[in-house]
Design a protein around this ligand. Structure first.
Ligand SMILES: O=C(O)CCC(=O)C(=O)O
Ligand SMILES: [Fe+2]
Length: 357
């Protein structure tokens, strides 16, 4: 599949235009943008995000295959800051059974789920109470380290859950490798290949497991607010229930449909914009729920590790591109963001507010 817009053949059956006062109200309530704006049919899903196919047996740097995939990645990243990807290194039955375990995790009692706490912002169990819980999440610190996965399951199950620990660890390791391929392609495309080692050696990741409840109302409901991710790169995987929407640079919202097996969504975050001195675009996105099935998703978020000062490379700064961000520590920024977000004007970029020049 090429890196180009796929024209949609039929309207999205889940789409309901926001054409009643109640639905506009819902949109207003769940949107964090200070100018919420109303979606119209003409702005809705005329196009789908480009899909880049990574299912090649020998995708190795320097090969023509690599260069071809890399140019597709770069085209969509520079235009949209995001794309859909096909990546088949995880066997399908493993992907599916991983999601089955994620469902069991959310079926634990509220008291048990609340046992998962972390000092890192946004990683502790999150579930808005009192019920109904529209959105819940768990964050796991660097799940490519097996001990972190078993510590996570040991807190939640009396005898631990080695099977789930192994699945989290395996899934995250594979997706981390995938993320490194994408990051390498982006750096190479920007002629920043000599920063590769420093980049790869200074990052870590978290895995966030999420559940979006079936909405209470028959109208589509915004289960997550419009936001940009704050990290470097996010890789999302989901069950068969769509709901993710991304905003183009021109302000249109696109609903992301992932009908094919092995589908992932890749998003650029604010840290990558800062590191490239504003050259990459972190897209706004949100989740809209409709229909009668819960949505489960897993997001692998890569970021510069605690203690590492993220500094824009000299090669990104010149007369036409004066420095936009002072060096910053990502986890310190997250702590700032936690306090800043509830009172901020969310048109403002959080990272600019923290360390903008
Ligand atoms: O669940 C999804 O597909 C999106 C999640 C997301 O945007 C986030 O956790 O930042
Ligand atoms: Fe996000």
């Amino acid at each position: 599949m090429g890196c180009k817009y796929e024209k949609k053949k039929k309207p999205n059956p889940n789409y309901l235009p926001l054409n009643t006062p109640e639905m506009r109200f819902m949109f207003f309530i769940f949107s964090t943008n200070s100018k919420p704006g109303i979606l119209t049919m003409s702005q809705e899903t005329l196009f789908q995000l480009p899909t880049v196919d990574f299912c090649k047996p020998d995708l190795k740097p320097g090969t023509s295959e690599w260069n071809s995939v890399r140019s597709q990645v770069w085209k969509t990243i520079s235009e949209h800051g995001c794309f859909k990807a096909l990546f088949d290194k995880i066997p399908l039955h493993v992907e599916k059974s991983f999601l089955g375990e994620v469902k069991e995790l959310f079926d634990l009692t509220p008291q048990t789920k609340r046992l998962h706490v972390s000092e890192i912002p946004f990683l502790s169990y999150f579930g808005k109470s009192p019920p109904p819980l529209l959105y819940e999440s768990f964050g796991i610190e660097d799940p490519s380290i097996f001990k972190n996965c078993s510590s996570f399951t040991n807190v939640l199950w009396p005898r631990g859950n080695p099977n789930f620990s192994e699945k989290i660890n395996y899934y995250s390791t594979q997706v981390s490798e995938f993320e490194k391929i994408i990051r390498r392609m982006i750096l190479e495309s920007m002629i920043l290949g000599n920063y590769l080692d420093e980049h790869m050696n200074s990052t870590t990741c978290v895995l966030r497991l999420m559940k979006y409840q079936v909405p209470e109302f028959t109208e589509p409901t915004y289960a997550s607010k419009s936001h940009t991710d704050k990290n470097l790169i996010t890789i999302l995987y989901q069950n068969q229930v769509d709901g993710l929407e991304v905003q183009t640079k021109h302000g249109e919202w696109i609903s992301v449909e992932l009908s094919q097996d092995h589908s992932f969504v890749i998003l650029i975050g604010e840290s990558f914009r800062a590191w490239t001195n504003g050259r990459l675009h972190p897209p706004n996105h949100r989740v809209r729920m409709s229909g009668s099935e819960a949505r489960y998703s897993a997001g692998l978020f890569t970021f510069f590790e605690t203690g590492y000062k993220t500094k824009t490379p000299e090669a990104m700064i010149d007369e036409n591109h004066p420095l936009l961000y002072k060096p910053f520590d990502y986890v310190e920024f997250l702590k700032f963001f936690e306090g800043w977000a509830p009172k901020a004007n969310l048109d403002e970029c959080a990272l600019k507010a923290y360390c903008g020049v």
